[in-house]
Ligand binder design. Structure first.
Ligand code: BMA
Length: 337
């Protein structure tokens, strides 16, 4: 066997992501104030190379807020804000009455600001809010940008055909699919379009799918890392898959992985407050432009990190996906259940 085909042979989904040996890298025990759990962090690299995680922190009442943790190497010696970084503000923003969760961070170079899209847990159900920040100390809220039920939202870093774009996940009924919407001002959103549909039956990504971290711009298109929910007799399993999109003026899914690329296997992913959950909300890309670190919540309890190569993910996707057409025939038939 030639070296190249041997390398290809080895490129299985099990080897695409490598778990950090010090996982879980952050737990409630690290927190400077009493909390129940820390999970589902948004991530970004600050200008000086520091990794910033904006973590979802569930307090001991069950409600969540956001708290920033910073590390020079992105793995250890985290410096955690002494107090919550962004608390729900239900008086001014009633949609935050039951907390704020699952932040996704996108830097918008045109505005020189980080846009944080997060789930605000309103009494009628979860929905999507946006806040802007330059330093993760002061935040300017745009407010609720979608009616409930909706979550799993993140902005694209630049305008598409003159408009800001946001991917999100409205809940329709039993099945929940991934959508994109557009805005001139980050506040009012329209031109809604479904771009990826949950499969059905026994598929690993049947029932519900949602965007995990913000999409990643690559030479082959926008790479989406998405999570899937499959309901089983012993509860849901949250797994991770890949899709590649042309997100130009017409949004098309180019490829979608046949199988998952990451599934709960480690103890801290299988056991916790919610068993069998891997839920990434953020990533960083190293200076080489290839090394991807994915930060995720393990079992709604702690934070883990896996490392992969963008080049390998794209090459794996070429060989383990099909070009999208017939599977999405229901999109054309407007079958939105
Ligand atoms: C999803 C989100 C995540 C959570 C996951 C598993 O719906 O609410 O915050 O990690 O469920 O409980």
């Amino acid at each position: 066997m030639s070296q190249t085909s041997e390398a290809k042979q080895k490129l299985q989904h099990e080897t695409l992501f490598k778990r950090e040996k010090n996982n879980p890298i952050l737990t409630a025990a690290h927190w400077p104030y009493p909390v129940n759990s820390v999970f589902n962090p948004g991530a970004t690299l600050l200008e000086d190379g520091t990794t910033l995680l904006l973590c979802r922190v569930e307090d001991r009442s069950g409600l969540s807020h956001l708290c920033a943790a910073r590390s020079k190497d992105g793995i250890s010696n985290w410096v955690i804000d002494k107090k919550p970084t962004l608390l729900p503000s239900p008086t001014e923003y009633p949609e935050e009455t039951w907390g704020i969760e699952d932040p996704r961070i996108t830097y918008l170079p045109e505005k020189k600001v980080y846009a944080v899209a997060y789930t605000s847990y309103s009494m009628p159900g979860p929905t999507v809010s946006i806040a802007l920040t330059k330093n993760f100390k002061k935040f300017e809220r745009v407010g609720m940008v979608m009616p409930p039920l909706n979550k799993d939202a993140a902005l694209l870093p630049h305008k598409i055909c003159g408009k800001w774009a946001m991917i999100h996940r409205p809940t329709t009924s039993h099945y929940s699919h991934i959508w994109i919407s557009f805005s001139a001002d980050l506040d009012h959103w329209g031109d809604h379009k479904m771009i990826l549909q949950a499969r059905r039956g026994p598929w690993w990504d049947s029932d519900k799918i949602g965007l995990s971290p913000p999409v990643i711009k690559t030479s082959e298109g926008w790479l989406m890392i998405y999570h899937s929910v499959r309901h089983t007799a012993s509860g849901a399993i949250y797994r991770i898959g890949l899709a590649l999109f042309d997100l130009g003026c017409h949004q098309t899914c180019l490829r979608r992985s046949d199988t998952w690329v990451l599934t709960p296997e480690a103890g801290y992913e299988r056991n916790g407050d919610v068993a069998n959950v891997i839920f990434p909300c953020g990533y960083t890309i190293a200076e080489d432009g290839d090394t991807l670190r994915l930060y995720y919540g393990g079992a709604d309890t702690c934070i883990g990190m896996v490392t992969g190569s963008l080049r390998e993910l794209l090459s794996w996707l070429q060989g383990n996906s099909k070009v999208m057409d017939s599977d999405d025939i229901s999109l054309r038939e407007n079958n939105y259940d």
